[in-house]
Design a binder for this molecule. Structure first.
Ligand SMILES: *Cc1c(COP(=O)(O)O)cnc(C)c1O
Length: 404
């Protein structure tokens, strides 16, 4: 069990007011809030040992390098990754996916097929479309059903010897669906295709084991798991990372540079050109420590209670429809009220101190599927409470009455 009252004390932002009302932060799928423990790690870095890494012999540089590499080790262990150099520290999921999509340019030929799920975030669609434009490869879509679940039968039919890559999110940011990635990875490997799983939305809710999943690439953004923005992970199997060319050229990623020829550094530095987000990486490590001290299994169990409580209560509101009703889902509720625009509902909620996201959630194809302009999305974290859910429900009710 988790002690929510105690946990909330770790998040200074949760005590502030918005429009004269206590803040009720329900936009956790867009970014999570930051606990004091992580803020302290950031302050400590800039107060005590701010220096560039891997370069200087001086003490500060050594301390910063050690802390950064320690953070990499924390990421490695959290995701049960076999080797430290299979952890590439990036600017986040978008950056991670672009590294892989760019790298595959030289590995694909015209007519090769790539499979994308129908419920992807734009950052797991657009880089692959750009890859297809460069290579002549073909993008095919794994469709979803009305509940917001992938059509696995069609997936198996789409897989063939022509399939080179499959990409899918572990959990949908717009619907909350937990996708059956274990089965998807296994089936893709049977036809020799590699798999990239976008784990941005999964990391805050479950512990993904890279070796058990046997996934080829997995991406995470620290800011969705109580860390800072602008830092994240690209996990890649060593064999794939060795095969892919570097994404950016610059400092840190080279072994030797002359004007005739440059040779690249070993992993992970080959993919970490330039001065990285050193402080962010260290704070990412601190965020994982924080989450692990509570325990992701406790977090998931509590968030599931919030999800069930909120779902039941919201469905009592007349005309309210929830999008994404898979039995396997996390604490994300996307909804609309008949005849009302999600933006109008969101604006009224903000006036009442309730922060939700409205719009297409960077997943326009999902909105097209349901033939809607967008949804209101309330996404719950382990620091939210049932009392906050009650305020959400009362506020939605009020918005409905005002807009009716
Ligand atoms: C947030 C999110 C992304 C993008 O992450 P960035 O940190 O903005 O790069 C991609 N996919 C999913 C499923 C997300 O939730």
């Amino acid at each position: 069990m988790i002690d929510v009252a105690k946990i909330r004390k770790d998040f200074p932002i949760l005590t502030r007011e918005v429009n004269g009302k206590p803040l009720i932060y329900l936009d956790n799928a867009a970014t999570s809030q930051t606990p004091t423990q992580v803020i302290d790690a950031i302050v400590d870095y800039y107060t005590n040992y701010n220096a560039n890494i891997h370069r200087g012999v001086h003490t500060l540089s050594q301390e910063a390098t050690d802390a950064y590499e320690e953070a990499r080790a924390k990421v490695q262990h959290h995701f049960n990754i076999a080797k430290p150099h299979e952890v590439i520290l990036t600017a986040g999921t978008t950056h991670s996916i672009n590294i892989v999509a760019s790298g595959f340019t030289s590995l694909l030929k015209k007519g090769d097929e790539l499979l994308v799920s129908a419920m992807e975030h734009h950052s797991n669609i657009v880089p692959w479309q750009m890859l297809c434009e460069r290579t002549g490869a073909i993008l095919k879509v794994i469709p979803m059903n009305e509940q917001g679940e992938l059509e696995m039968g069609v997936y198996h039919e789409l897989l063939s010897d022509a399939t080179k890559l499959v990409f899918c999110n572990h959990i949908s940011n717009a619907l909350g669906t937990i996708n059956p990635i274990e089965a998807m990875i296994k089936a893709a490997h049977e036809v020799g295709a590699a798999v990239l799983v976008d784990g941005a939305q999964a990391a805050p809710h479950l512990k993904a084991d890279m070796q058990k999943l046997d996934v080829d690439f997995y991406t995470v953004s620290a800011h969705k798991i109580c860390g800072p923005t602008g830092v994240g992970m690209l996990y890649g199997k060593e064999e794939w990372l060795a095969k892919l060319p570097p994404y950016q050229g610059g400092g840190e990623m080279i072994a030797e540079v002359t004007f005739e020829k440059t040779t690249y550094a070993d992993l992970p530095h080959k993919f970490e050109a330039g001065t990285p987000n050193i402080c962010g990486g260290i704070a990412f490590g601190a965020a994982l420590d924080y989450i692990n001290a509570i325990g992701l299994e406790h977090i998931a169990a509590y968030e599931n209670e919030l999800l069930e409580y909120a779902t039941t209560k919201l469905l009592t509101i007349e005309g309210l429809k929830i999008y994404g009703t898979s039995v396997n889902k996390t604490s994300v509720i996307s909804f609309n009220i008949e005849g009302m625009h999600p933006y109008d509902i969101g604006s009224i909620l903000d006036k009442l101190g309730v922060a939700v996201r409205t719009g297409h959630h960077c997943a326009q194809p999902i909105m097209d599927f349901y033939k809607i302009p967008g949804t209101v999305r309330a996404s719950f974290s382990f620091y939210n409470t049932t009392e906050e859910v009650d305020v959400l429900v009362a506020s939605v009710e009020r918005a409905r009455n005002m807009l009716a």
